[in-house]
Write a protein that binds this ligand. Structure first.
Ligand code: ZN
Length: 710
């Protein structure tokens, strides 16, 4: 069955189907009265792990809201309940007697419904483990009963989660809660709601001083993401799909691979990055044969969608053969491009490759995000999108012969990101679109992305997976591209985005607060207005709302004061040994000495002082303000460490400079140890980048049970 068609038939127009019951307006459900709970939580007699997790989450929030301890019991003990009202969580017999769920649930669907003295919270659950609710966010883990609880908490109880950890939980205290009848049935609008780096293997530790604080951080972060419904309801294979082909077929089928200058067919860089001769029918047949074998042996059994992964390896597409070139739409940029007009030789490619795997790649595509020494945005990028559209169509036709329901998934990426000009795309083909942008994300990037997705849609594509790279940007320092990111997310949704996988979640919660909140909120309500989410976050600062708004405005204005050209200039002024210059995704902190000045931190702290003063003794608001200050504090020390490193590098024989760097680095590490338990940042992610990209002397250590620190 075509899963997308199935979804859209059920949930046309609105992401959230919401109907208020037409019952008597007098009908009501009482959760608590005069400071006492009036209902207990009832699970099925043999609850699934997801149902138990849902009940625990409900109890946690009820306890905090009403200051008393909610009872959880299983349905077989219902006769002993001392309450007249019950909140039935999951697939209880009571729900069944009440006719729920009615028609069978589909994946990710849930119900919130009152009936007499019962409130039913239930949804489609798979047999996920209790821990799996928060630790298997990459796998299809269906736990919509948990979502039913969150729906109730947000809509009837006014709960919000603004960042991981207790200061990010907004749970209004109340003495009574009574509401008129409710009847909502809804489903997550996106099938895939993914960000990279959401979880941790719980083995190797870096950047945290203790295993406990690392564990606590990742647990709180995952819990937060589940509360915002991140996860996925389906399995499919995508990502660079031909990484082992050179090893498998390099000798036996050279015709599968790109033809380079000089008439050779081989990788321009590492074997895993070789690109294909996509017009070669053997490539289509081999792709389908591999896919069929895998589906027959594993894929079907493991519940994978019948999607054929045609996403190319991680490199610019290179084949110069006549057949591939004949598939390209006419484009004057071919004649202007040194690679396509014959100027670049095999020797040139080899010498560039010696400077790094992606150096040659950088010259053939518009990697604005890469911040190259050579500004490739000035070079003509000949588009191969018609060629790739024809490739996807060819494999789609081939696989249809063996499985009519199968669908090809292929990238819009690198030098085939632009829409095809003259090729209609088979509507069964799913396009995974990877915008070029990295940092900063500005209006020009937004327009570039919108033109690409609109063009592919006009060419016939119905369904997209959105796979942006720009959350890799920067590091644990304040910047905010949230408005454009969220508005483009909505644009993608209106144009066929059915799933989204952001490359990474840096977990810089205290520095990227507004950007993260508004985006994560959009995952489950893609058309939600940016300003609504922004105001929602600002309102959680209560009496300090006006003052905290100034702080977020200050960050946004600072971000907007940098043009991409200026960011590239400071990137080139901060080389890190990598061809991308500084400020790239492994070297984000390299530019900090230039990106900020001392005054930025003085002003930022002053604005937070004002917010603190305005909080009028509301201790939770004060703690939230201090949460933001911890992010700012870490950014300041990261910058000072980078400045000390540059001074050291400029005077390699000056021991005082080396000592000063060590002192700055030690201060940074010591500071992080004091705030690592407050969920302000994924210091494992940040320090791994600082270690890899900037050679800062962090060391990984292995966690051994019983040993709490290195
Ligand atoms: Zn070719």
């Amino acid at each position: 069955m075509d899963i997308f068609r199935d979804i859209s038939a059920c949930f046309r127009v609105s992401a959230f189907v919401c109907t208020l019951c037409a019952c008597s307006p007098l009908a009501a459900f009482t959760v608590a009265e005069y400071g006492k709970l009036a209902a207990d939580i009832v699970l099925p007699s043999q609850p699934l792990a997801a149902e138990r997790y849902a009940a625990d989450e409900l109890k946690y929030h009820l306890d905090k809201a009403f200051g008393s301890s909610a009872a959880i019991l299983t349905e077989d003990a219902l006769a002993r309940s001392k309450y007249r009202n019950h909140i039935f969580v999951g697939a209880t017999a009571a729900a069944k007697r009440a006719g729920l769920p009615g028609r069978p649930f589909v994946a990710d669907e849930h119900i919130v419904k009152t009936a007499g003295n019962a409130l039913f919270l239930l949804g489609y659950d798979s047999d996920v483990s209790y821990e799996g609710v928060t630790r298997d966010l990459w796998r299809p883990t269906l736990y919509a009963t948990v979502y039913a609880v969150y729906d109730f908490l947000e809509n009837e109880m006014g709960v919000k989660w603004i960042w991981p950890g207790p200061t990010g939980e907004v749970i209004p205290r109340r003495r009574s809660l009574r509401f008129s009848s409710v009847n909502r049935r809804s489903r997550e609008p996106l099938a895939d709601r993914i960000m990279g780096s959401m979880t941790w293997n719980a083995l190797w530790v870096l950047g945290f001083s203790t295993y406990e604080s690392a564990r606590a951080f990742f647990d709180a972060q995952a819990k937060f993401l589940v509360r915002h419904r991140l996860g996925r309801r389906r399995h499919f294979r995508s990502g660079h799909g031909f990484t082992d082909w050179w090893d498998r077929f390099g000798a036996s089928h050279p015709e599968y691979f790109n033809l380079l200058p000089g008439g050779v067919r081989r990788p321009a860089a590492a074997g895993r990055m070789v690109t294909l001769c996509v017009s070669e029918p053997g490539v289509w047949r081999q792709t389908v044969a591999d896919w069929k074998k895998w589906m027959d042996t594993k894929g079907t059994r493991q519940g994978f969608e019948p999607w054929v992964n045609c996403c190319e390896n991680d490199y610019v597409a290179l084949c110069q053969c006549h057949c591939c070139r004949a598939w390209d739409a006419p484009d004057p940029r071919f004649m202007e491009s040194p690679y396509w007009n014959g100027t670049v030789t095999l020797d040139d490619i080899e010498s560039m490759h010696r400077r790094g795997n992606y150096v040659f790649n950088s010259l053939l595509t518009d990697h604005r995000w890469g911040i190259m020494k050579v500004d490739t945005s000035l070079r003509p990028v000949a588009s191969l999108s018609d060629r790739y559209a024809k490739f996807y169509n060819a494999v789609q036709a081939e696989v249809r012969k063996v499985n009519p329901a199968a669908r090809v998934i292929g990238y819009a990426y690198e030098n085939y990101l632009e829409a095809p000009k003259e090729t209609r795309v088979d509507p069964s083909v799913v396009i995974e679109i990877v915008p070029r942008s990295y940092f900063p994300y500005d209006q020009a990037e937004s327009e570039h992305f919108r033109a690409a997705i609109t063009g592919w849609r006009k060419a016939g594509v119905k369904d997209f997976i959105y796979r942006p790279n720009f959350m890799l940007a920067g590091g644990n320092y304040p910047f905010d591209h949230g408005r454009l990111i969220v508005e483009d997310f909505a644009f993608a949704y209106k144009n066929g985005m059915k799933g989204c996988s952001f490359d990474s979640l840096r977990g810089a919660w205290a520095c990227h607060t507004m950007m993260y909140y508004t985006l994560i909120r959009a995952f489950r309500e893609p058309l939600r207005d940016y300003d609504v989410s922004r105001d929602e976050l600002l309102s959680t600062f209560g009496p300090a709302k006006k003052e905290i708004t100034r702080y977020f405005d200050f960050i946004r204005a600072h971000t907007a004061s940098w043009t991409p050209d200026e960011v590239r200039r400071i990137a080139w002024q901060n080389p890190t040994g990598n061809h991308n210059g500084g400020g790239s995704f492994n070297t984000g902190a390299a530019i900090l000495g230039d990106y900020f000045d001392d005054a930025f931190f003085v002003k930022g702290n002053k604005l937070l002082d004002a917010a603190c003063a305005a909080s009028r003794g509301d201790s939770m608001v004060e703690r939230r303000v201090e949460f933001l200050r911890k992010g700012l504090g870490d950014a300041r020390l990261t910058r000072l460490t980078r400045i000390a490193q540059k001074a050291m590098d400029a005077a390699p024989r000056d021991k005082r400079k080396a000592d000063a760097f060590k002192k700055a680095f030690d201060e940074l590490v010591a500071y992080r140890a004091t705030v690592e338990g407050d969920f302000v940042c994924n210091f494992m992610y940040e320090s791994s980048k600082e270690r890899k990209g900037l050679r800062w002397p962090f060391t990984w250590w292995k966690h051994e049970p019983g040993k709490t620190s290195r």
